[in-house]
Design a protein around this ligand. Structure first.
Ligand code: F6P
Length: 527
């Protein structure tokens, strides 16, 4: 229990001492703060010098890691213990990409991977065709949550790899317009539908998969589900019942959680879109971060520092949100991916034993690419009384023709971090001749924390590293707080309640809910 440890008590004391912490003063006091509070892991650079943190605090967190046996917790994940205790499951997504971190009892990963990757390459080469003998040109991935966000995020992020062989589309919401719009313009004869669902029971995915099946049936030439559907799931029986033939079902394991699943067969759409080589490069990138977890030098391990800064921001500085701002349109879906990864993992109120914990476990994550977001919600970041810590994700170089684009993105990211940290004082405004009545409007308080994560370039390898960086931070936070980062019981009640409301909307069932719901359902039914 973190809050019962000696180190946590000390961290809380340090939290009080740090009340007058000021980033501008800290940078003045230590002209090397930028370098000193910066680490690299694999090819990523993590600059945390603009966080409201001191080396003393980090040292105490290091002691905390030792006190609670953090390395043992990591090792028990690698060793295959059922650390997802509320579901009695192992946690093995890292085994998919790091062979040397798997227990000997885990077999069949390479065979499984070969199966879906060679299928993807065969579709891309035209060896696997549709019923009428035409090559597949379009892929629609139907899935939601972890069965959508990971592959959709990676597909968008790596759009520079597009070779015009196959376009991928991602259909997730149970929304007729989204269905119609996705399939509009697609030719069923050249379309492959990938139904991705770990459980193969998720209502949204099943409804959308049925829509796709009907769309296929309406084609002028008779097309078979066998040739135009594949499934990715842990539930073979349900896939077969849906009509997808066994050899077109790419299985994975219950020890791969949905939000951690993109490196399993759930990532088949990435391989269909860009080929197995790119998929393997992505895995290789993630594996570079995993390797550092074998024997962590916590104090020098960037994902650990990231993890503890977030616990510190939440619980000591009482800053409840985190904005993640990638300076790349290709990373547009990254904040949404991170929302599920982080908030579904760590949005918990009880510890592993089910006891309530007196900690704030997870920030509210949101984000949009920069510079767009600068022209939207950054005003709030700079001047609102509520402080929002920011993770800036910057890219050093891109495959580009006009360097000014990339230079501008980089400069803007750095500029925002600097303005948040150092603000603009009233005296400086006066010196610059700002009119008296505008000084308080233009005043920027500064001392607002942010981190900067830099990728050397955006490719499959570095994207794999970025994903694993955040996965590792989220998992380490969970271990430190003694919560289960791998279950998601909170989602279940919402699902079953929606089902009973739907029954009342669609049938003649008596309305027996709260008066607001009863009233609104009655109004809805009048249509
Ligand atoms: O939203 C809850 C959830 O279970 C997620 O954890 C998961 O990623 C998503 O639903 C989809 O589940 P499935 O892959 O089983 O369709």
């Amino acid at each position: 229990m973190i809050y019962k440890t000696k180190s946590w008590s000390k961290i809380k004391v340090l939290g009080k001492e740090i009340d007058d912490f000021n980033l501008a003063k800290m940078f003045k006091k230590n002209p090397n703060r930028g370098k000193d509070l910066s680490l690299s892991v694999a090819d990523l650079t993590f600059d945390f010098s603009k966080s409201r943190i001191t080396v003393k605090v980090l040292k105490e967190f290091h002691k905390l890691a030792i006190e609670i046996g953090l390395q043992n917790k990591v090792n028990s994940m690698f060793g295959g213990e059922n650390i997802n205790s509320s579901q009695n499951r192992q946690v093995g997504h890292i085994w998919l990409r790091s062979k040397n971190l798997r227990p000997k009892t885990i077999n069949g990963i390479e065979e499984n991977q070969d199966q879906f990757l060679s299928f993807a390459d065969n579709v891309r080469s035209g060896t696997v065709k549709g019923t009428t003998g035409k090559e597949i040109t379009d892929v629609v991935n139907i899935g939601i949550g972890g069965s959508d966000l990971g592959p959709a995020m990676v597909y968008k992020a790596l759009q520079n790899n597009h070779d015009n062989k196959i376009n991928c589309y991602f259909l997730s919401n149970i929304d007729e317009f989204e269905n119609i719009n996705t399939f509009r313009g697609l030719n069923p004869e050249t379309t492959l539908i990938v139904v991705t669902s770990k459980s193969f029971t998720t209502a949204e995915t099943m409804k959308n998969a049925l829509f796709a099946k009907n769309w296929l049936k309406k084609s002028s030439s008779p097309l078979s589900v066998r040739d135009h559907f594949v499934a990715v799931s842990t539930n073979l029986q349900a896939c077969e019942e849906f009509g997808i033939s066994k050899d077109r079902v790419f299985l994975f394991w219950d020890w791969v959680g949905g939000r951690y699943s993109l490196f399993s067969s759930v990532g088949i759409s990435i391989a269909l879109g860009y080929g197995s080589k790119v998929f393997l490069e992505l895995q290789n990138g993630a594996s570079k971060i995993d390797q550092s977890l074998k024997d962590i030098d916590f104090f020098n391990f960037a994902p650990f520092i990231h993890a503890v800064i977030n616990i510190w921001n939440l619980n000591i500085l009482k800053m409840n949100s985190l904005a993640v701002i990638p300076y790349s349109s290709s990373l547009q879906i990254f904040p949404a991916f991170l929302q599920q990864l982080w908030m579904e993992s760590n949005g918990k109120s009880v510890d592993l034993k089910g006891k309530e914990i007196s900690l704030n476990t997870c920030p509210v994550i949101f984000g949009e690419p920069g510079t767009n977001s600068q022209h939207s919600f950054f005003q709030f970041f700079h001047q609102s009384p509520e402080i929002v810590p920011v993770d800036f994700i910057l890219i050093k170089s891109q495959k580009i023709e006009d360097a000014e684009f990339q230079n501008t993105l980089f400069a803007n990211g750095l500029a925002q971090a600097a303005v948040l940290a150092f603000g603009k004082s009233k005296s400086d405004l006066k010196k610059e001749g700002a009119s008296k009545d505008l000084i308080s409007h233009k005043f920027m308080p500064g001392n607002r924390p942010s981190n900067i994560l830099i990728l050397p370039r955006l490719n499959a390898d570095s994207l794999g590293q970025l994903i694993a960086f955040y996965e590792t931070s989220v998992i380490l936070q969970g271990f430190l707080m003694n919560i289960n980062s791998f279950d998601q019981w909170g989602v279940e009640l919402g699902k079953s309640t929606a089902e009973s409301f739907l029954n009342s909307i669609q049938g003649e069932v008596k309305l027996d809910f709260d008066s607001s719901t009863n009233n609104l359902i009655s109004e809805f039914k009048k249509n």
